[in-house]
Design a protein around this ligand. Structure first.
Ligand SMILES: Nc1ncnc2c1ncn2[C@@H]1O[C@H](COP(=O)(O)OP(=O)(O)O)[C@@H](O)[C@H]1O
Ligand SMILES: [Mg+2]
Length: 505
């Protein structure tokens, strides 16, 4: 008879059901795993054999066949060890066959039959909950599994504990989700940033409307510091968002110990990051930095230093909110709805325009440096600000600015106004940054004087249609920060125009 153990495979954040079928039959002695296993899965038989040996069990000298069904889905990862071991134990009549069909099982085995942590427990537990099944996972992952709701979770530390529980000689208690601990906020507060009022205002607009922002200025002017402040003024994650973000981090193995991601992610990959590290994929499909930044902030410091191809690969996710990874035999998508904050020096030495400090090649070198970022990439950034240097005197004499907590209140109000407006108009969006030209016509009518200055500016600056919409989008958010007047006024457009993309050298 065939033993069947349910488990899962992951395609992006989607979870697909997989059945591990095990049959012991007569014939030539062999142990085969079929059903498109990758290397880690194929090697699983050695770990399973070792683990059973550690328990004093040896595999029967017969023909053992493990089939991972459906056979045409590629199986990757080491979490198939445990279902394969359980399947064998059922086929050997050590465990009852019908009992195991009520659980989705995942776990990696060590040669001493200890269960090792695996990635993707949260999505697997969510899947189990949808199917009205329980979940068997390693002890270390038990707390993570509990976030999926009221499901039956077995989290043994080794195979023996699990066998004893199933046979009724030892009872495993359900692991408990740890209480939300106090997380130490390592983000700096806006109050610590002296001066830089324009940049701080742009940061507030960015947070309020979910826009992308590029800061340009000499080294040491506080660009990185201000970017790090952004999470402290963004609204909290909703419970649904927290779960979505946690699923991605669960797959990447970056979930905080037993917990959910409760703070908006802030990812700041180094400029030497490779394309797979940033966008996802590589030999093993894994979410990249842009997916780990889902519903949070992706900060790219020293933007022109990033590899050109890597930057171009961000264009599509910036537009769609998804990272699409093409692989030889399948496409995988990960959610990647992030806010891009970028910082750059105006030229390689960083002191363009400062006659005392700039190098002898200025301004020619600046043109070369800035042209490393393509026009279409810059087009996707709604706000551009210059961040001038702050003098030492200003640093010591200027008073502390407004605290992040205050700014966050305004941001939350502005977001609530946007949500309400989108609801009223039946538009399925959350923030102004997501609005396209058609949406903008509905959500952002202009008073005649505002239309006049926008049209004049468009003529003078030769704005593209995209540039034109960008100004209206930012103006909409500016008005929302002021209370959300329905019709955009001249002052809103005027301020939005000040954050337009500067003409490159
Ligand atoms: N406006 C400012 N107010 C307070 N401190 C500042 C300011 N600008 C820079 N600093 C200090 O200088 C350090 C370096 O700034 P940083 O943000 O790394 O500059 P940049 O990224 O523009 O090169 C910061 O950690 C902070 O201590
Ligand atoms: Mg910096």
């Amino acid at each position: 008879m065939v033993a069947r153990i349910p488990t899962v495979s992951f395609q992006g954040v989607d979870t697909k059901p997989i059945d591990v079928e095990v049959q012991i039959s007569g014939g030539v002695v062999a142990f085969n795993i079929v059903g498109l296993p990758d290397k880690a899965v194929a090697e699983s038989k050695e770990r399973v054999r070792g683990a059973l040996h550690a328990l004093g069990l040896s595999l029967p000298a017969k023909r053992l066949t493990v089939n991972l069904a459906p056979a045409d889905t590629p199986k990757e990862g080491s979490h198939y060890d445990l279902p394969i071991a359980l399947g064998l134990l059922c086929a050997m009549d050590v465990l009852p066959k019908d009992e195991m069909a009520h659980y989705v099982t995942l776990g990696e085995l060590s040669l001493s039959a200890h269960l090792r942590k695996v990635n993707g427990i949260l999505p697997a537990a969510m899947f189990a909950s949808e199917q009205n099944l329980g979940l068997i996972c390693p002890e270390e992952c038990g707390a993570e599994a509990c976030w999926a709701g009221d499901i039956d979770v077995l989290a043994p530390k080794d195979l023996l504990q699990l066998i004893n529980h199933i046979k009724g000689t030892q009872v495993l208690s359900r692991p408990t989700a740890p209480k939300a601990g106090i997380t130490i906020d390592r983000h700096p507060d806006l109050a610590d940033v002296k001066g830089q009022e324009t940049a701080k205002r742009a940061l507030e607009i960015t947070a309020a409307g979910g826009h992308n922002l590029l800061m340009s200025g000499p080294p040491g002017s506080g660009k990185s510091m201000m970017a790090a402040c952004l999470p402290s003024i963004l609204p909290e994650l909703s419970p649904r968002e927290a779960l979505d973000v946690s699923m991605i981090h669960s797959l990447a193995g970056t979930l905080p110990e037993g917990g959910l991601v409760r703070k908006r992610p802030y990812r700041d990959p180094h400029h030497s990051a490779s394309l797979p590290a940033l966008v996802g994929g590589g030999a093993k499909p894994k979410p990249g930095e842009i997916s780990l930044a889902h519903k949070g902030v992706l900060f790219l410091d020293e933007l022109p230093e990033f590899d050109r191809r890597t930057l171009e690969a961000l264009r599509q996710p910036l537009e769609t909110g998804h990272a699409l990874i093409a692989r030889a035999n399948q496409h995988v998508t990960y959610p990647a709805d992030f806010q891009l904050i970028a910082a750059m020096n105006p030229c390689r030495c960083g002191h363009l325009g400062d006659s005392d400090l700039e190098c002898t090649r200025a301004p020619k070198c600046a043109g070369e440096y800035q042209s490393k970022i393509s026009g279409p990439m810059l087009d996707r950034i709604d706000l551009h600000v210059d961040v001038p240097p702050v003098s030492v005197i200003e640093l010591s004499s200027l008073p502390s600015g407004e605290s992040s907590a205050n700014v966050k209140m305004r941001v939350e109000q502005a977001r609530a106004i946007q949500k309400q407006r989108f609801n009223n108009l039946n538009i399925m969006l959350d923030t102004n940054a997501q609005a396209n030209g058609e949406d903008l016509e509905k959500i952002a009518p202009l008073e005649p004087a505002a239309l006049d200055i926008l049209n004049q500016a468009a003529e003078r600056l030769k704005l593209s249609a995209r540039g034109y919409h960008r100004i209206i989008r930012v103006a909409r958010t500016i008005a929302d920060l002021e209370g959300g007047a329905d019709i955009l006024q001249k002052k809103h457009i005027a301020e939005a125009l000040s954050y337009r993309r500067p003409r490159l050298l």
